[in-house]
Write a protein that binds this ligand. Structure first.
Ligand code: HEM
Length: 458
C-alpha cells in the first residue's frame, strides 16, 4: 500500500489553522473539525503540527506504548517550569519519574486510599454543611465549591495540610498562585509577540512558582522536623525506598510531586463532580435511581468506607460522566519512529498526536447510535467490563495513566453519596444549557444549582 497524507483543512500562510480554532474553548473547534474530516486530521500551528485522532480504532492503535510515548509539550511543557520532572510532566527516561512511580504506586493503591476515607469524609462534610446553610433559594456556583473540596481533600490527604477553603473568604495564597500559574501555562505556548513583550506576565509567573515551591517545601521541612505516623503521601515519599534502585526521593522531587498532585487532581475531580451533578439534574430518571440506591444501601445513617463498593449505579454514573465529559478531553503522544497509522496514514517521528477523547468516547461503533446520551446503565460492571480495549480512556494510558484514579474515584463516590443522601438538587436557571470553560481541563461554565435539604442532615 502507498502511504497517504493525513487529511488537513486548508490553512493560511504562517499561521496555518490557528484561525480555525476558537480561543475560549478550542475543544469545540477540534470536535467540529472531526465531524467534518473524520477520524484523523492534521492541524498546522505556528508552534507545531498536530495530528488528531478521533475514533476508537485509531486511539486503540496509538495506545500501543511500543510505538508511541508521552512527551510533555505545549502547556505541559510550561508546567515543567514549576514542577520539573514530577510524575505528570516527566519526559520519557527521566530517572526521577521511575523512582517516584515505584515509590508512590503502593501509596496510591486501593488499600492505602481506604485509609484516607476519614480525611475525605471530613472535607465532604464541610461541603455539605455549606450547601445546607445556603438554603434552598441561594444559587450555588457548583464548580467553585467542588474545586474547594478537591483542593482541601488533596492537601489534607497528601500532606496533612488544611487550606480551610470553606472557612475563608479569599483563596489561600497557594491556591491563588496555582490558579494563576496554570492559566499562564495555558497562554505561554500561544504567544504571538517576542518574549520581552511579556515581561510583567513572566515576573508574575515566576513569583507564583516561588509561592508554590516555598509553601510545599515548608510543609516538607516541617514534617521532617516533626515526623508523624500518618499514612499520607508525604510520608510515603519521605520514607519510601525505590525497590529497583534502592534510592530515596530527593527533597526537590518530593516538592515537585506534592505540587503535582494538587495540579493534576483538583480541576479533574471538581470538573467531573460538576458534570455529574449537571447530568443528574438533567436526567431525572437517573437521579431517582441513584438516590434510591443511596437510600437502600446507606439509609440515613453515617456513610462508611464499606458503602463505597456497594453502589454500582453511582459508580456507573461517574464512569458515564467521564465518558461524555472527560475533564481532560485530549491527551497526547509522539511516535517513537516514522510510522503509518491504520496501515496508510504517514506520521513522522516528531509529530504530536492528540487523542481526541471527547470524540472517541462518542464513537458509535463502540457506544451505539445513542452515544451522545447520558445512560449510566451502559457503564454498570457487566457492560463496562465488556467494552473493547482503550474505548474508555478518561484516566489516560499505560505507564503514564493516572496514578490518582483510586483516590479520585473514592472521593467522588463519597461526595455523590453524601449529596444525594442529604439534598435534592435543581437547576438555578431551568433554561441553562451546558456550556464549557476550558483551561488545562474542561468544566461546566456558569452552571448554578440549588440544594434543597431532604429531611434534616445526617
Ligand atoms: C495523569 C485524568 C485525578 C494525579 C493523568 C492523566 C489523565 C488523568 C488523563 C494522563 C495525562 C497524560 O497522558 O498526559 C484524571 C482524572 C481525574 C484525575 C479524570 C479525576 C476524575 C487525579 C488525582 C490525582 C492525580 C486526584 C492525585 C491525587 C495524576 C498524576 C498523573 C496523572 C500524578 C501523572 C502520572 C504519570 O505520568 O506518572 N490523570 N486524573 N489525578 N494524574 Fe490524574
Amino acid at each position: 500500500d502507498t502511504p497517504v497524507p493525513v487529511p488537513e483543512p486548508p490553512g493560511l500562510p504562517f499561521i496555518g489553522n490557528a484561525i480555525d480554532i476558537e480561543k475560549e474553548v478550542p475543544l469545540r473547534s477540534f470536535s467540529g473539525i472531526a465531524d467534518k474530516y473524520g477520524e484523523i486530521f492534521r492541524l498546522r500551528f505556528p508552534q507545531r503540527n498536530t495530528v488528531f485522532v478521533a475514533s476508537h480504532r485509531l486511539i486503540d492503535e496509538v495506545c500501543n506504548e511500543k510505538r508511541f510515548v508521552k512527551i510533555p509539550r505545549g502547556a505541559l511543557e510550561e508546567v515543567r517550569n514549576g514542577v520539573h520532572d514530577g510524575l505528570f510532566t516527566a519526559k520519557p527516561g527521566e530517572p526521577n519519574w521511575g523512582i517516584a512511580h515505584r515509590i508512590l504506586m503502593p501509596a496510591f493503591g486501593p488499600l492505602s486510599i481506604r485509609g484516607m476515607f476519614d480525611d475525605m469524609h471530613d472535607i465532604a462534610t464541610q461541603l455539605a454543611l455549606k450547601f445546607a446553610r445556603h438554603g434552598p433559594t441561594t444559587p450555588i456556583a457548583v464548580s467553585e465549591d467542588f474545586t474547594r473540596l478537591a483542593l482541601d481533600t488533596l492537601a489534607l490527604c497528601s500532606m496533612g495540610y488544611r487550606f480551610n477553603s470553606y472557612y475563608t473568604t479569599g483563596l489561600h495564597p497557594f491556591v491563588e498562585a496555582m490558579g494563576d500559574f496554570l492559566v499562564e501555562c495555558g497562554r505561554r505556548p500561544t504567544r504571538q509577540l517576542p518574549n520581552w513583550f511579556y515581561r510583567n506576565e513572566d515576573t508574575k509567573y515566576f513569583e507564583d512558582i516561588e509561592v508554590l515551591r516555598k509553601t510545599a517545601n515548608e510543609v516538607l521541612q516541617a514534617r521532617k522536623s516533626h515526623p508523624t505516623e500518618k499514612k499520607d503521601l508525604l510520608n510515603a515519599m519521605l520514607n519510601g525506598v525505590d525497590p529497583k534502585t534502592g534510592q530515596h526521593m530527593t527533597d526537590d522531587s518530593i516538592t515537585d510531586n506534592l505540587i503535582t498532585f494538587l495540579i493534576a487532581g483538583h480541576e479533574t475531580t471538581s470538573g467531573t463532580l460538576s458534570f455529574a451533578l449537571y447530568e443528574l439534574i438533567k436526567n431525572p430518571e437517573a437521579y431517582r435511581k441513584a438516590q434510591q440506591e443511596v437510600d437502600d444501601v446507606v439509609g440515613k445513617g453515617p456513610i462508611t468506607v464499606e458503602h463505597l463498593s456497594k453502589v454500582p449505579y453511582i459508580s456507573a454514573i461517574i464512569r458515564e460522566t467521564l465518558r461524555l465529559d472527560s475533564p481532560i478531553p485530549v491527551i497526547a503522544v509522539t511516535p517513537r519512529e516514522d510510522t503509518l497509522l491504520a496501515g496508510k496514514y504517514q506520521i513522522y517521528k516528531d509529530d504530536m498526536i492528540a487523542l481526541l477523547l471527547a470524540k472517541s468516547h462518542l464513537d458509535p461503533t463502540v457506544f451505539g447510535e445513542d452515544s451522545d446520551q447520558f445512560k449510566p446503565e451502559r457503564m454498570l460492571d457487566e457492560n463496562f467490563n465488556k467494552l473493547p480495549k482503550n474505548a474508555w480512556k478518561p484516566f489516560g494510558n499505560g505507564v503514564r495513566a493516572c496514578i490518582g484514579r483510586p483516590f479520585a474515584v473514592q472521593e467522588m463516590t463519597l461526595v455523590m453519596i453524601m449529596l444525594l443522601q442529604n439534598f435534592n438538587f435543581i437547576m438555578d436557571d431551568p433554561s441553562y444549557r451546558l456550556a464549557l470553560k476550558q483551561t488545562l481541563t474542561i468544566k461546566p461554565d456558569g452552571f448554578c444549582a440549588r440544594a434543597i435539604l431532604r429531611d434534616g442532615m445526617t
